[in-house]
Unconditional design. Structure first.
Length: 96
C-alpha cells in the first residue's frame, strides 16, 4: 500500500468577522503565499462544545509512524472481520 495524503490543521488564526473584503483579500493572499494554493478552510466543532472554529487546513503525506499505525489498524480490522465471518459461517452452515 502507499501513503495517503491527509488533512492537517495549521496554526493560522482565521477570523474574518467585520473585515472588509479588501482586508480578507489581503489575508487570503498572505495565507496563499505561506501555505500554498491548495490550503482550504474548514469549520470544525470544538471538543465538548457546540461552537465551531474556522481552521486553515493543508494536505500532506502521512508520516511513517502514521502509515504504520494505519496499516496496524487495517490488519486488526481484517482479522476481526475474518473471525466474525468464520463464526457466522459455522453458525449458518450448522457446523458446531
Amino acid at each position: 500500500m502507499t501513503k495517503k495524503m491527509i488533512s492537517r490543521r495549521t496554526d493560522a488564526y482565521i477570523n474574518f468577522d467585520y473585515d472588509t473584503l479588501a482586508d480578507v483579500a489581503r489575508q487570503i493572499k498572505e495565507l496563499t503565499e505561506t501555505y500554498g494554493v491548495d490550503a482550504y478552510f474548514s469549520h470544525q466543532q470544538e471538543d465538548y462544545s457546540d461552537n465551531y472554529t474556522c481552521y486553515l487546513m493543508i494536505k500532506s503525506e502521512e508520516t511513517d509512524d502514521e502509515y504504520a499505525e494505519r496499516m496496524r489498524r487495517e490488519k486488526d480490522s481484517l482479522a476481526w472481520r475474518m473471525e466474525q465471518y468464520e463464526s457466522l459461517k459455522k453458525e449458518f452452515e450448522g457446523n458446531p
